[in-house]
Write a protein that binds this ligand. Structure first.
Ligand SMILES: COc1ccccc1NC(=O)N[C@H](C(=O)N(CC(=O)NO)CC1CCCC1)C(C)(C)C
Ligand SMILES: [Zn+2]
Length: 189
């Protein structure tokens, strides 16, 4: 199973490389990798398992973060109200952003990263609404519209497939600069 030891940290060159497209139909190896990545997220959100294996509560994981240079990202976004029905949960193979809103959104808390062991303060402005297309683990092409928090998570993961870290988006002069078309998302903890 994937644990924090398998997650490479900033400074590792693999985090700055562009991941390679996955051959379709996906091989069994890719299917296993995708399932393992999803299992990590589910485990990391389980009180017992996250405690037992010292896992950070993850909502997304990209293959480059476990040193696999493939365009695969797992996303598992819990619904803070109903535990058993996540807001969005899937393994994205070769995801592409087909449409994105001009309107931007940022988390009021800023962002962190499983591959970054430090706080990097500042707003990360991302498209508030996106339409993504990807292949799922059953080789089905999916077209999904996401907004707000789900859109933030997926954009954060797709960035990893392109060697981009969240802090690359933070304004150097004023980390908490917000331009007029960026809103802070409501964020109940
Ligand atoms: C169950 O966990 C939650 C429930 C409700 C709100 C937030 C979370 N958890 C997270 O935001 N978790 C972050 C996360 O997984 N990521 C993913 C990552 O590093 N992918 O490479 C960072 C997030 C920052 C914004 C989008 C993803 C970490 C870096 C803090 C572990
Ligand atoms: Zn990350």
């Amino acid at each position: 199973m994937i644990t924090m030891e398998d997650i490479i940290r900033e400074g590792h060159p693999a985090l700055r490389q562009r991941a390679k497209k996955v051959e379709i139909p996906i091989s069994q190896d890719v299917k296993d990798l995708g399932q393992e990545m999803m299992t990590f997220l589910v485990n990391s959100q389980d009180p017992e398992l996250s405690e037992k294996y010292d896992l950070r509560a993850g909502v997304g994981l990209a293959a480059p973060q476990i040193d696999q240079g493939l365009r695969i990202a797992a996303v598992h976004i819990p619904d803070e109200y109903e535990d058993d029905s996540p807001i969005f949960s899937d393994v994205l193979i070769n995801p592409i952003i087909k449409r994105q809103s001009v309107k931007k959104a940022a988390l009021p808390t800023g962002e962190g990263c499983l591959s970054v062991d430090r706080e990097v303060p500042g707003y990360v402005a991302r498209s508030k609404r996106i339409t993504i297309e990807y292949t799922d683990l059953n080789n089905q092409v999916q077209k999904v519209k996401l907004n707000d928090y789900s859109a933030v998570v997926v954009q954060h993961e797709i960035d990893h497939l392109n060697g981009i870290m969240f802090y690359d988006h933070i304004n150097e002069e004023d980390p908490f600069y917000l331009d007029s078309d960026t809103e802070l998302l409501e964020f109940e903890d």
